[in-house]
Write a new protein. Structure first.
Length: 259
């Protein structure tokens, strides 16, 4: 291990989910100092971890975001050098039935929060005359549409463009901004859905050339790469970690499970 991120100050949102938790653990393994945030009031999953602070925050609340940044800078001893915008929500509904409040909630978490956090982190870095990296976590659905998930897919498309705009704006200041976009990942939610429906599992695997779900650690490894000096000439890019799903233009026919 090169420990290129040893001592770096890292903030990870959505830290208690499958990818978020793996990301926190990956940065800790690199020797970074991490502030993890999520909605739960406390988190004991890393009770034995050193160099880790947990701070709950509702990212739709501007005051809570300001408090989160202040807490992170105090706990970590300076401006955040690596921001991972992982927190996200989804809401499935038929297009004609989508409620505006649900649509707005998805955008508040998936697009506005990364903007507000990214702006705050960048301002602190500029004030300290320091450099840093921001990694936004997207999805293959930034490019692939789902008819019953308009809010989510459009928010991830918006986050991709936000990533590019941030990268261009912040490059002269020494701040890199990139996106990591997962495909179907082996999380508790994904496993629960597939265990209820063998047809769903077959459909998911049929659209994934590597023939398996991705592991949260594989996404975390891509995030660490984007945050490390190994990607020092990369900004404004999106790394799709999807088992080959995007290049695929067909799916294997799935038989009726009742056959």
């Amino acid at each position: 291990m090169d420990m290129e991120l040893a001592g770096k100050r890292v903030l990870v949102t959505g830290a208690l989910g499958g990818v978020g938790r793996a990301t926190v653990e990956a940065f800790l393994a690199e020797g970074a100092r991490v502030l993890a945030t999520d909605l739960a009031p406390t988190a004991d999953v890393w009770s034995n971890a050193s160099n880790l602070t947990y701070h709950p925050a509702e990212l739709r609340d501007p005051d809570a975001v300001a408090g989160l940044i202040a807490s992170a800078e105090t706990a970590l001893g300076g401006p955040i050098e690596v921001l991972v915008n992982n927190a996200a929500v989804t809401h499935r509904a038929e297009f004609l039935e989508m409620d505006m409040a649900d649509f707005d909630r998805v955008y508040e978490i998936n697009v506005r929060a990364p903007f507000v956090l990214g702006q705050a982190v960048a301002r602190s870095l500029v004030a300290a005359e320091a450099t840093g990296t921001i990694v936004n976590i997207g999805s293959v659905n930034a490019q692939l549409a789902l008819p019953d998930n308009a809010a989510y897919v459009s928010s991830k498309g918006g986050l991709l463009q936000l990533t590019r705009a941030m990268a261009v704006a912040l490059a002269p200041l020494g701040i890199r901004v990139n996106m990591v976009a997962p495909g179907s990942i082996d999380t508790p939610l994904q496993r629960a859905g597939q265990s209820r429906s063998p047809e769903l599992r077959a459909r998911v695997l049929s659209r994934t050339p590597l023939g398996r779900l991705g592991q949260p650690q594989e996404i975390a490894d891509a995030i660490v790469y984007m945050a490390s000096p190994r990607s020092s000439y990369v900004t404004g890019e999106c790394l799709f970690v999807d088992g080959g799903r995007l290049p695929l233009n067909f799916t294997v026919p799935v038989s009726d499970p009742t056959d």
